[in-house]
Design a protein around this ligand. Structure first.
Ligand SMILES: [Zn+2]
Length: 202
């Protein structure tokens, strides 16, 4: 399948793509750099729609690919990716981006948001997030959108803050605990340890 690629440095699954060279990169081998203008990447024609039952296998496959699990823990809840609603972004062949979410009190919790490397840098994640924000605004009793990420995920921390999310909580060591104390190496070689919570007030 088009989504699944191997890192240019190692045999790990590629989670990102070098937007200049086109090389595929796993999490630890991706690097954060200061970059200037590089010309516009064309936005591919993607369709956004709610996920249905027939998408379940693909949603599980993508969750396994990106997170190595289909059960996602955040805000002291455990969510099964197959059982919660999602919006999906599709190109002409397949689902290339997913935003899974769940109601939690007066909030919509973004449980997982990921875009296949080939389609990154083309506004797909932004469109998925805007769709979720619109959905939340239509529900009178939804007061905020919340999301949890990990301390290494600098791209997510930047992405959500650009949309107006603010950091509301840091749970030191929480992600490390969830992985049974086994330290995983995350984005750009940063150890994965803490849950960082953000919220957008509506
Ligand atoms: Zn690698």
């Amino acid at each position: 399948m088009e989504t699944m690629k191997t890192c240019a440095y190692c045999d790990n699954a590629a989670i990102y793509r070098d937007r200049e060279s086109g090389c595929w990169l796993c999490l630890p081998h991706a690097r954060f750099e200061i970059a200037g203008p590089r010309g516009k990447i064309p936005h591919p024609p993607v369709t956004i729609r709610p996920a249905t039952e027939i998408d379940q296998a693909r949603l599980l496959e993508l969750a396994n690919y990106f997170w190595h699990e289909t059960e996602i823990e955040c805000f002291d809840h455990v969510y099964q990716v197959a059982e919660i609603p999602a919006y999906v972004a599709c190109d002409e062949h397949e689902i290339v981006g997913v935003a899974s979410y769940a109601r939690q009190g007066d909030a919509i919790n973004i449980v997982a948001l990921h875009v296949a490397p080939r389609w990154q840098g083309r506004g797909v994640a932004s469109v998925l997030l805007c769709t979720l924000i619109d959905t939340a605004r239509r529900e009178d009793d939804v007061k905020q959108i919340v999301v949890a990420t990990s301390n290494d995920n600098l791209l997510a921390l930047g992405f959500y803050q650009r949309f107006g999310f603010v950091i509301t909580g840091i749970l030191p060591g929480r992600v490390l605990e969830q992985h049974g104390g086994v330290e995983m190496i995350g984005f750009a070689g940063i150890p994965v340890r803490d849950e960082i919570q953000l919220a957008l007030r509506l």
